[in-house]
Design a protein around this ligand. Structure first.
Ligand code: FMN
Length: 380
């Protein structure tokens, strides 16, 4: 039995009493309308802040607060403030997908972007200033000083873990909860620590990119491993598409389930119609892990861009460089409705989307999830 959690007790006190977390999803899905609608049902919404400038982050939070007075969280990618890349590296990577740029109608003489990502420290300052109920983080772990700033501001902290050592690191730092991200999950792997191994020689350290691919534990195995190791509450993520999945996660010890892919095709989701259409048409086995779009391993539907560029993987620059280089291509592909040059992030459960009406409202989706959840608990 886990001890009481102040984080969950406070959530319930403030009207978030469902065991359902909507995943933060960078790339346009988590609109203020989506998060507001989620919160109004009593589930926990999350704003994906990683791709937002500090001003946009502040503006979106203000918009959410016009829709709901209930709590929500903000998510950021923990990245170094400066990313440098040599012109040779940038030009080399840029040249590799000239044909794809042409295919979506971008100019042949287009120059690569000079800036690769928003500055993490400025995003972090903006997050602290708007004081969300909770802040969640992936791709890395916070410094002790930043953790203290969040605690001083009364903001609860959720860390993402893809293996037990990452969960322990967040617990030792003082996180209030951990999101256990199984290998099934859509979008980027959160892996930030190379998992230790008694078999691999320490003389040849594994790269963090390799670890993102090799920290490959599915949620059914990962969840009890983490639940048995740390004392703080666990939120389960990866491949959960319906109420049965939420019930299963709870049986395995999670306090709540975090669902991403299933929210992508709701009316309030901001992803492009082309992406939604591809998700609804996907067969159950179509997802793959790739770093061709962003430089960090992420799970999405296989398309032509992945298949054509897969052989480049060893030489592709790390996140956020490759992510910035392909951003224009992906944006344009969405505009011209070309699913073959778009990153179609999705979890392994994507085939289950067909069981739902194609673009439900958030309120209908959550009501269906709850019915399924209660049904599964009766049967279980
Ligand atoms: C389109 C998309 C974007 C995502 N972006 C983020 C993000 O910005 N931050 C984050 O912590 N996780 C992100 N994730 C991962 C989710 O938090 C979660 O682990 C995942 O959605 C769970 O798997 P599921 O999609 O199968 O439900 C993203 C997932 C998807 C599908």
């Amino acid at each position: 039995m886990k001890p009481q959690s102040q984080f969950f007790d406070d959530l319930v006190r403030q009207g978030i009493d469902l065991p359902i977390f909507q995943a933060p999803m960078a790339g346009g899905a988590t609109t203020p309308a989506l998060i507001g609608a989620v919160a109004q049902t009593g589930a926990f919404g999350a704003l994906a802040g990683a791709a937002l400038s500090p001003n946009d982050l502040t503006a979106q939070v203000a918009q959410i607060r016009t829709v709901t007075s209930k709590p929500f969280s903000i998510n950021l990618f923990v990245l170094p403030d400066e990313t440098t890349a040599s012109p040779v590296e940038v030009e080399g990577a840029w040249a590799k997908f000239r044909l794809q740029r042409k295919a979506v109608g971008l100019a042949d003489d287009l120059a690569p972007p000079l800036r690769f990502a928003e500055q993490f420290s400025s995003q972090f300052d903006a997050l602290v200033a708007v004081r969300p109920f909770a802040a969640s983080f992936t791709f890395g772990i916070l410094s002790v000083e930043r953790m203290r700033r969040l605690k001083d501001a009364g903001i609860y902290v959720i860390g993402t873990a893809t293996h037990v050592e990452e969960a322990l690191a967040w617990e030792q730092l003082g996180a209030d909860a951990i999101c256990a991200q199984g290998f099934e999950a859509g979008g980027h792997r959160g892996t930030f620590l190379v998992p230790s191994s008694s078999l691999l020689s320490l003389d040849v350290p594994m790269s963090i990119e390799t670890s993102q691919r090799l920290a490959a534990t599915g949620l059914f195995a990962l969840l009890p491993l983490i639940v048995d190791t740390v004392k703080i509450p666990i939120i389960a993520a990866g491949g959960i598409m319906d109420g049965r999945g939420i019930a299963a996660a709870r049986v395995l010890g999670a306090r709540a389930a975090q669902l991403g892919t299933v929210f992508l095709t709701t009316q309030e989701s901001g992803v492009s119609p082309t992406w939604k259409k591809a998700l609804l048409a996907a067969t159950p086995h179509e997802t793959t892990l790739t770093r061709v779009f962003s430089g960090r391993y992420a799970r999405g539907l296989r398309n032509t861009f992945i298949t054509e560029r897969e052989n480049d993987e060893p030489s592709i620059p790390s996140y956020p460089i490759q992510n910035a280089l392909t951003a224009g291509l992906r944006k344009q592909a969405a505009l011209v409705a070309d699913p073959q040059n778009l990153s179609l992030w999705a979890g392994q459960g994507v085939g289950l989307l067909k069981n739902r009406i194609s673009e439900p409202r958030v309120v209908d989706l959550i009501s269906a999830l709850l019915d399924e959840y209660h049904q599964a608990r009766v049967l279980g």
